[in-house]
Write a protein of this length. Structure first.
Length: 121
């Protein structure tokens, strides 16, 4: 269901949120039908989410790429800002290259991208 236009962020506010926030929560489907919700750092570049992942999170994405991501800031309700992305993640084998993305990590994507190995772009 689309969010009300009255509540939706402008593109400038979304870019500000994504460029000035480090933490996200990514929900993937774990073994069976359990939801695996994990906080992770991320980077934002070219309208994409990139993060470093290993272990169970990468196994989950390879098995079922469907995921949701929440990026939020502030703690009190009147100031709370958040963006939710729903889509399919992709595991990238980035090697040892460093990305050119915000925060010095990888870039990111609508939906999301999980980098395996060092941050890369």
């Amino acid at each position: 269901m689309p969010i009300s236009k009255r509540l939706a962020m402008t593109e400038d506010r979304l870019i500000d949120l994504m460029m000035n926030t480090w933490n996200m929560r990514i929900a993937t489907i774990g073994p069976g039908v359990e939801i695996n919700l994990t906080p992770m750092w991320f980077g934002w570049a070219e309208g994409k989410i990139f993060t470093y992942g290993r272990g169970q999170k990468v196994v989950n994405v390879r098995r079922n790429p469907v995921c949701s991501i929440i990026v939020d800031r502030n703690e009190r309700f009147p100031e709370l800002q958040a963006a939710m992305f729903q889509g399919r993640a992709r595991v990238l084998n980035c090697g040892r290259r460093r990305g050119r993305a915000g925060h010095g990590y990888c870039p990111r994507a609508n939906g999301s991208e999980i980098c395996r190995g060092a941050w890369g772009a």
